[in-house]
Design a protein around this ligand. Sequence first.
Ligand SMILES: *[C@@H]1O[C@H](CO)[C@@H](O)[C@H](O)[C@H]1NC(C)=O
Ligand SMILES: *[C@@H]1O[C@H](CO)[C@@H](O)[C@H](O)[C@H]1NC(C)=O
Ligand SMILES: *[C@@H]1O[C@H](CO)[C@@H](O)[C@H](O)[C@H]1NC(C)=O
Ligand SMILES: [Fe+2]
Length: 405
Amino acid sequence: MAKMGTSSRVAAAIVVVLGFVLSLAVVCNGGKTSSFVRKVEKTVDMPLDSDVFKVPPGYNAPQQVHITQGDQLGKAVIVSWVTVEEPGSNTVLYWSAYSKKQKSEGKFTTYKFYNYTSGYIHHTTIRNLKFNTKYYYVVGIGHTERQFWFITPPKVGPDVPYTFGLIGDLGQSFDSNKTLTHYELNPQKGQAVLFVGDLSYADNYPNHDNVRWDTWGRFTERSVAYQPWIWTAGNHEIDFAPELGETKPFKPYTHRYHVPYKASGSTAPFWYSIKRASAYIIVLSSYSAYGKYTPQYFWLEQELRKVNRSETPWLIVLMHAPWYNSYNFHYLEGETMRVMYEPWFVKYKVDVVFAGHVHAYERSERMSNVAYNIVNGICIPVKDQSAPVYITIGDGGNTEVLATK
Ligand SMILES: *[C@@H]1O[C@H](CO)[C@@H](O)[C@H](O)[C@H]1NC(C)=O
Ligand SMILES: *[C@@H]1O[C@H](CO)[C@@H](O)[C@H](O)[C@H]1NC(C)=O
Ligand SMILES: *[C@@H]1O[C@H](CO)[C@@H](O)[C@H](O)[C@H]1NC(C)=O
Ligand SMILES: [Fe+2]
């Protein structure tokens, strides 16, 4: 695999901020990748009494506040939070400098996982927002109110600069905290995060201790309450544990993290798309069926046709398991999905595929491997200007060791 021209750098930047500056006159300025290199030694999770896990004070105070895009164009935001003592209000109060205070109502849900019972998980979508506008919002109405803010993206269009942060496989170790801090301190100032899967790693604990989903929610709030993180499901979201009587995959993840999948005609929250500024972002699921005739297959087939490159010149795909990976770690796990979908990615000229899973940073040249037909022997990747660049960014700081071989 190393021969294909993959440039690899072990444990390099975990957060790459891309400056998408695109217009006919301006050359794309990709900014600078951090030179930070994580130490190879295994890290440990932050203890439960760490500062980053602190429960906000006050009766029934909202915690684990997080936002994500709530529609296809960026005029809606899904606001989510957890209350512990009682359900409390589902209302989000929000306003901008140019608008009156408005309210939006949502719902709450709860779930059980083995002997864990969740708090009251609220999801409220606020809609019809103005583009490129700073909004303040308040949750916890009637009990302990907490105020946050976000900035809506500019109207979708070809000449709209935007900066995405990239994080994958974050976890909740001391190194995870370093990753998030690097992202926050990056002078490029990411406006939204493309998160390529593996959030809390709660499933590494006995009984998948879902308390570690709550701590992760509190740890990440300092970023995700203020800018949307675009979610991708990873293997650590599956939480399939028949030995605990838990046989419905993705139960904690789907209860806690909502995505606007219906807006793109998807029938499940694991694959969907959004447009944001000059980018069309397709999120795929490495852990849902993707073979021919499956729902994800039918959806993607239609989806790629919808992309209008005059409107959104950037076509980005997020998935968890990389298709191209030169490490022995998770070797070939993405291969069957690659065989299914790579011809489409070449046909529709996907710009870049971001994946996680392999705990390293790795970036390919534009190359494809779509000529093989079982008998012709043409099974070596070749340089292909219609093919995407593949970037693996799976080293967010979780406690599993780095891929080095
Ligand atoms: C769940 O069960 C485990 C042992 O199987 C125990 O250590 C833990 O305290 C229990 N948690 C709750 C919330 O009951
Ligand atoms: C996490 O990082 C923040 C700063 O970015 C720091 O204030 C905090 O003390 C750190 N917490 C731990 C447990 O490392
Ligand atoms: C594609 O987008 C451009 C620019 O927004 C628009 O003028 C054109 O009508 C769109 N094409 C289609 C087929 O929707
Ligand atoms: Fe993973």
